[in-house]
Write a protein that binds this ligand. Structure first.
Ligand code: NFS
Length: 685
């Protein structure tokens, strides 16, 4: 085996005379995860810098953190920091044009929504375009894999699934239905009039709220473009009106672009159903060819999954001295191929450089979103081939290979990529170190499988779930989602929030990097119920055989959470809108614009939503109060910020209890809380 030397990667400044030495992250303070700690140490030994070190050396701009730096024209950037002593009396801060902190923070906030909604929705559009080609049979590599899902969504697009022939009702051809669904779906991005079709999937009361408030999205692209227009210098200068447009774009994301991405991916690649897998860097295998997939769009990675499982490639890998091919994933592409095929998760957003630092990553294949540019620099230090695949996401570094995905040759592209990885196996350095840590998990819970596990067979709804909420075994449901953020200890917030919730009988639904973090910690196994849950939730999980934390997929799959909440409303007994349900949302370690868009569509759908780390609103107290408090009177949901993970979870629980009180189901819970010890105490008194 070639003993290629690991090349060090310190920034050049370190060599300059008098330059301050760069700080290094303390591995234990950087992450709660042992595998991550081990790889950060290894990076230090090899003199390779990672995101954890960069976070030590670059402090965030305090004015940006507060959300009150405006750089939308070149008279600025205008910075309006909060006075150190706080605001006394009138707030006279102004930019050159006179923009107030509220206007600036609201503009910045909704530009983040635009960025997030664009990312999710453009992903959705790409999927819709592939879907259309599959429906028209223009590509041999993609077909309609899940006709049942297609039939279930067709009515929302007003597409008939039955035709009348000679007075008799006949099933329509699946591909004919798919073409019509595809046309209607693609129209949602730019139709000239009307409103998004999927809004009608929301509970009637929520739809009415959106109608009254005038925030029903017209089409997806328009709402995003309008944000860019309104936030241009000299346009919208009323924070309430600005956030109203942010609401429209966020709804277009959650109930539009993201929801269609999820649905059409399910039709093309299959609707997830629970399956067993593993998570963390320990899933990589020293004696296998390791291919790590990273990004968000599953169109190419689906092909790669198929190719790596083929006998041809397996034999080719063996011919090169490997025992086989180990495919694993990072970020949401990973969640996509996990939930449909059980492909193990290699790590979260913050572990992407570390997967390469194992020295065992023969190829990292990336598509779009959440990909560090620095993975190319880290790859340079090893034999790893870094392959970009998407026309909108290239890298400037010369060691990066670009193999542009083409849906007409998707399978061939995938074969080429897998072959590059196999051919690279023998170029590994002698110095391979794969951490042992990995968690077991059951993932792949869609709206449909929750219906199967927690629904009533006869009622075909979320009846059993609601029943357990009403009788108090389950206190409520929380969606805990989102990223990692190098400004806070990796996975600490995720795990502490989730553990506090399940300890208090709150069933957790997870997606994104929170899902990966929970998988790494073993919280996605039915066995974790006995170890970590309150007695009520533990009983339900044990009876039904589900984990207390249900992994629903990637970040576009947060739309599954919206639909699960809608199913809860439909099942009855818990009010008539999502805002009546004892539910709450959380993103303990968020960092991306996508997270802000998600947070806002949850708020606009009636969910109390708490973020950790920081929110770019603190420098504009009036605007912050508006989205933290006043929005509740409009949509029933509102934002909150809580850095301490236990307090974060307790705020969510307090909200859940408030909703239980309002529903009049708090008494049953009190009865459940009378455990044996309490009873014994009462009897002996
Ligand atoms: Ni969501 Fe998924 Fe992770 Fe955050 Fe990035 S992977 S789309 S944005 S970092 S959860």
């Amino acid at each position: 085996m070639d003993t290629k030397k690991v090349t060090s990667l310190r920034p050049k400044t370190e060599n300059k005379k008098n330059a301050k030495p760069r700080k290094k992250a303390d591995p234990v303070e950087a992450s709660i995860d042992l595998a991550t700690q081990q790889m950060i140490k290894r990076a230090h030994d090899l003199n390779i810098e990672t995101v954890f070190d960069r976070a030590e050396n670059m402090k965030p701009c305090n004015i940006g953190v507060q959300g009150i730096c405006c750089k939308n024209c070149s008279m600025g950037p205008c910075r309006l920091p909060m006075p150190k002593s706080g605001l006394e009396g009138e707030d006279n801060r102004k930019g050159l044009c006179g923009a107030t902190p509220n206007t600036i923070a609201a503009r910045n906030f909704i530009r983040m929504i635009a960025g997030g909604a664009a990312a999710h929705s453009d992903h959705g559009r790409n999927v819709a375009e592939i879907f259309m080609k599959a429906a028209r049979k223009e590509t041999k590599d993609y077909t309609i894999k899940d006709p049942i899902k297609l039939l279930s969504i067709a009515p929302y697009f007003n597409v008939d699934t039955i035709v009348e022939v000679d007075g008799k009702e006949m099933d329509r051809d699946i591909y004919e239905i798919a073409v019509e669904v595809g046309e209607k779906a693609l129209n949602e991005w730019g139709k000239p009039e009307g409103e998004l079709i999927y809004l009608r999937r929301a509970p009637e009361a929520l739809y009415k709220k959106w109608e009254t408030m005038g925030v029903r999205p017209r089409n997806i692209d328009r709402e995003i473009v309008e944000i860019m227009h309104r936030t241009h210098i000299g346009v919208d200068q009323d924070y309430k009106n600005l956030i109203k447009q942010g609401t429209r774009a966020a709804i277009a994301d959650g109930w539009g672009g993201s929801m269609m991405a999820t649905d059409l991916q399910d039709v093309l690649f299959g609707t997830p159903f629970p399956l067993a897998s593993e998570a963390n860097l320990g899933v990589m295998k020293e004696d296998h060819v390791n291919i790590v997939i990273h990004g968000h769009e599953p169109v190419l990675s689906e092909m790669i999954v198929g190719v790596t499982q083929s006998r041809e490639m397996e034999e080719y890998a063996i011919s090169k001295g490997a025992k086989g091919i180990q495919l694993s994933g990072i970020c949401c592409t990973a969640n996509e191929i996990l939930q449909r095929h059980g492909v193990p998760l290699c790590g979260t957003f913050l572990q992407q450089e570390l997967a390469i630092i194992t020295g065992a990553c023969d190829a990292m294949v990336v598509d779009i979103q959440c990909i560090f540019q620095n993975v190319a620099n880290v790859a340079k230090c090893f034999h790893t081939k870094l392959i970009t695949t998407h026309p909108i996401a290239k890298m400037e570094q010369e060691n990066v290979i670009h193999i542009e995905f083409n849906e007409h040759y998707a399978l061939e592209d995938a074969k080429r990529i897998v072959k590059i990885a196999i051919d690279n196996f023998n170029n590994r350095g002698a110095d391979v170190m794969i951490p042992k840590e990995k968690g077991q998990q059951i993932a792949g819970f869609g709206v449909e499988s929750v219906l199967y596990h927690l629904g009533g067979t006869f009622r075909g709804s979320y009846y059993t779930l609601n029943d357990n909420i009403i009788n108090g075994r389950i206190r409520g449901v929380a969606g805990v989602v989102g990223c990692n953020n190098a400004r806070t200890r990796h996975n600490e917030g995720h795990i502490a929030v989730v553990k506090e919730l399940i300890k208090n009988d709150v069933l957790v639904i997870t997606t994104g990097c929170n899902g990966i973090a929970c998988a790494m910690e073993g919280l996605l196994t039915p066995e974790s119920a006995a170890a970590f849950c309150g007695p009520g939730l533990a009983e339900v999980c044990e009876t039904v055989g589900i984990p207390p934390v249900l992994h629903m997929g990637s970040c576009v799959d947060n739309s599954r959470i919206l639909l699960a909440a809608t199913e809860m409303v439909k099942a009855g007994g818990l009010g008539n809108d999502i805002s009546d349900l004892p539910v709450a949302g959380s993103a303990p370690e968020w960092m991306s614009e996508k997270a802000i868009s998600i947070g806002h569509y949850f708020v606009a759908s009636g969910v109390y939503t708490v973020f950790g780390v920081t929110l770019p609103t603190s420098g504009a107290p009036v605007f912050q109060k508006y989205i933290f408090e006043d929005l509740q009177n409009i949509y029933g949901g509102m934002w909150d910020l809580e850095i301490d993970p236990v307090k974060h979870a307790r705020k969510m629980i307090a909200h859940i209890d408030k909703k239980r009180d309002a529903l009049g189901i708090n008494k049953a819970r009190k009865r459940v809380m009378m455990d044996m010890a309490t009873r014994r105490d009462l009897e002996s008194a």
